[in-house]
Ligand binder design. Structure first.
Ligand code: ADP
Length: 541
């Protein structure tokens, strides 16, 4: 017998309708690429999203069609999040930091007929245009005053928006309809598309607003330091409408000074971003002689790659509760969140950091397990380590267009490609990505632990550990270190810090100083690029 409750679909448009009705004056602050700052609110976003939805329909966009963006964090990009999904089309956010060939592949594979982009990407779009046979409309996300002269082939965002009256009623449809498309960075093989649904997106938004989730609420003013093209900015654009939080969109400026100034000016309580962004923020504060205690944040979520202990410590010493979450494009992305349990609240800072350097515990809806190389489930005892598998209503069941074939096992588990331990309380500790694992004489060495330890040395700005060829052990760790400006530590000093923290046989065979480390398009250490350069270092050194 079925229950007798209403079967109302969970639609993305309902988030915006709610924000417009209950939080109309909650502010949205945006720094468009061509400046100056735009101040609007949820009522303004809702009105303009309806106008833009009408404009898209006028361009011929129908349910199921993909609409692509190459854009930074601005109010216009936020409007598209709702305008596109609201009419049943699919928002395909493309990462503009990828190589042009990857962008070309991703745009073609997504098959969008409409592409909207920020002005700085005009040269990129011009170079791609003739490689995109499906493209019918190229829309510049700017106003008439900033439109490139003499370009009849381009459409102006503000002009087409202004031509509509906004009298659109969001259509209702099946909550399982696709709403968004993001491609994984494709560090192995071609990028693969993850296709989100309205249902998965709304359920994920509840998790962001849950107290033991990301705890987003109406009381927050969130500085979005994670790009809208990086896994839906971790779900915050949707969750912010759900709870009516103020949202601050920094445009293309994610450097330390811009983030600090904007956060202070707007009284931001929360921010989210990858470790590189926060390392850049502290670098700015240190060089400018600014006391980190002047940061306005109450909370900072660090994700995308492991949050270094030294970084978490700096935030906590400044009175900011920094914590981390783990996830991936395939998990919408948040799957685990590191929240202190009641018995951990009273711990001193070091004890708390022991908890917060882990990737966290599964939220309701997410199931986790680890398996050994034979595929058998391993105990969650804090010491066994294996590949992490995940299952849940905001976890992918396959890639767009069937790429990669069947990705779930017979019981519906998705293999993440991450290697982890899970302790008896359910805390996940990630040790590596499977493809970055360092296997020395058949035993695994955690690059994350080694990097974390190195970052504990005050002169280390960045550190990366990769496995390189070794005659006897097949692979041994090599550590690449970027030193802070005006410091000159010797390898032995860094080694001494590591010796305190990790098993002796884990110690890198060499510590090499470099000027910078290559990053991926999502701001993570690009170990594939490092291995290409350094793979024979020990054999030839
Ligand atoms: P990309 O491949 O573009 O980086 P994702 O953003 O989907 O794509 O990356 C997901 C991966 O990032 C995860 O599989 C994991 O390896 C890593 N990751 C995400 N969050 C964390 C975290 N808190 N700690 C360690 N690694 C993380």
């Amino acid at each position: 017998m079925f229950g007798l409750m209403q079967d109302r679909p969970l639609l993305i448009s309902s988030l915006l309708t709610h924000a417009e009705r209950y939080h109309p004056a909650s502010e949205i602050v945006s720094v468009p690429c061509e400046g100056p700052v735009v101040r609007t609110d949820w009522a303004g976003i809702a009105r303009r999203a309806r106008q833009m939805a009408q404009a898209l329909q006028r361009m011929g966009v129908k349910p199921g069609d993909r609409v692509a963006t190459l854009a930074w964090n601005t109010h216009r990009h936020l409007e598209l999040y709702y305008a596109v999904a609201g009419i049943g089309a699919v928002l395909h956010t493309v990462n503009p930091r990828l190589y042009p060939e990857q962008i070309d592949y991703i745009l073609n594979h997504g098959g969008a007929e409409v592409l909207l982009f920020d002005l700085p990407f005009l040269p990129l779009v011009d170079a791609q245009m003739d490689k995109l046979p499906t493209l019918r409309h190229a829309v510049v996300m700017t106003d008439a005053a900033h439109m490139p002269a003499g370009r009849d082939d381009l459409v102006c965002y503000e002009t087409v928006l202004a031509a509509e009256d906004g009298a659109l009623v969001w259509p209702s449809f099946d909550e399982r309809q696709a709403s968004g498309l993001c491609y994984t960075s494709g560090t192995t093989g071609n990028p693969k598309g993850v296709l989100y649904s309205h249902r998965s997106t709304v359920l994920h938004a509840f998790l962001c607003c849950a107290a033991d989730g990301l705890h987003l609420s109406r009381a927050d003013a969130t500085l979005l330091a994670v790009p809208l093209f990086h896994v839906n900015a971790w779900g915050i654009p949707y969750a912010s409408a759900m709870c009516g939080a103020k949202l601050v969109l920094p445009g293309l400026k994610l450097d330390g000074q811009s983030l600090y100034d904007l956060a202070r000016a707007e009284g931001c309580t929360l921010s989210l971003g990858v470790p590189t962004v926060w390392i850049g923020l502290f670098k700015y504060l240190d060089e400018a002689g600014i006391d980190p205690a002047t940061l306005p944040f109450e909370r900072v979520l660090i994700g995308g790659s492991a949050a270094p202990r030294a970084l978490l410590r700096r935030f906590h010493e400044a009175g900011v509760h920094a914590f981390q979450a783990w996830g991936m494009s395939e998990t919408s992305p948040v799957a685990t969140v590191a929240t202190l349990l009641p018995h951990q609240q009273a711990l001193g800072l070091d004890g708390k950091l022991d908890v917060l350097t882990r990737q966290g515990r599964a939220m309701f809806g997410v199931e986790l397990k680890i398996v050994g190389e034979d595929g058998q489930e391993l105990p969650q005892d804090g010491s066994a380590s294996g590949e992490l598998k995940v299952r849940g209503p905001w976890v992918t069941s396959g890639y767009y267009g069937g790429v990669g074939g069947q990705v779930l096992d017979a019981d519906g588990w998705f293999a993440t490609g991450d290697v982890a331990r899970i302790d008896t309380e359910g805390f996940v500790t990630l040790t590596d990505r499977a493809k970055d694992v360092i296997k020395s004489g058949g035993e695994w060495i955690s690059s994350i632990d080694l990097e974390n330890a190195a970052l504990g040395h005050p002169a280390v700005e960045a550190a990366a550990v990769i496995g390189v060829y070794h005659e006897k052990w097949q692979e041994r760790p090599l550590m690449l270190v970027v030193r802070k400006r005006d410091t000159a530590p010797e390898p032995a000093e860094i080694r001494a810090v590591l010796e305190d923290k990790v098993a002796h046989w884990w110690l890198p065979d060499a510590i090499v100083f470099v000027d910078s480390l290559p990053l991926t398009a999502t701001g993570k250490l690009d170990k594939k690029a490092m291995r290409a350069v350094w793979k024979d270092y020990l054999a030839t050194a």
